[in-house]
Design a protein around this ligand. Sequence first.
Ligand SMILES: [Zn+2]
Length: 295
Amino acid sequence: MCRFEFQTKYQTEDDCEKRLFEHRWPQGFAYPSCGHQEYYHVTKRKLYQCKKCRHQTSLTAGTVMHNTRTSLLLWLCAIYLTSMDKRGFSALSLSKRLGLSYWKAWTMLRKIRHAMKSHDSTYQLTGIVEINDSFFGSSTKGSSNRGRDTSKTAVIVEASTHGDAVGFAKMTVVDKVDSATIDHLVKVSVRGNRPAKTDGLPVYTIVSKSGHNHIQEIVKSKNAHKVLKWTHILISNAKSFIMGTFHRFGKKHLQAYLNEFCYRFNRRKWELQLFDRLVIASVNSQAIYIAELTQ
Ligand SMILES: [Zn+2]
């Protein structure tokens, strides 16, 4: 959706409410607990009261916008800007663009990224799954060996590959790159016993023990760029994205940045639909509270 179309479609709270209603209840209203479909619309308070049990709900109840005091128009603007700008938005840029406090912009962005993550976690990887690890952060002198630099944050990257093409990708911050971590991630994110392709690091042999055909590619300096091509590209692009937009690799927020990077990457072919898809993800995601965001 282009900016002009967005501005034309969404001018008032009513416009936004109508749109969210369509995404929240695509088959028509149904009260969450009793399923009854008839309701009174308490327009002033944006509430929907079930005609049968008399309980009330709102469009944002139980979603990432739960209990929000921010207007729906601001929410949709934030979702629009986040979805349409390839470089993503930092809290500082969003606060300036929408005239919000930094804290407000920061919490909105974190909630939007939570919706991205929740939506992506419903997908599993297929094809031949490339698995690789990388360390994010600046280097400490003399500790360049893989896995030994504790100043950096370890990330496991998994990507579905189909022939020469890459499909869906996931990136996960981990405490360490060991067999137990790899085993757990593969169980969660890879569908069935799809083959897994890794380099020669011994910790990856665990994938064959859990039933996956294990394809090991040994990295030599000559073929380094060909081995595990897609995960290398993803790692390099994720680092550029994070440095370009957020200017830091701090462990505390790295997973949220990676979620945003993967969400965009996984929908790279549907650029024009990104806004609508992110609105749908936002009204279908579970609420998240400040305490969880600031952990
Ligand atoms: Zn009811």
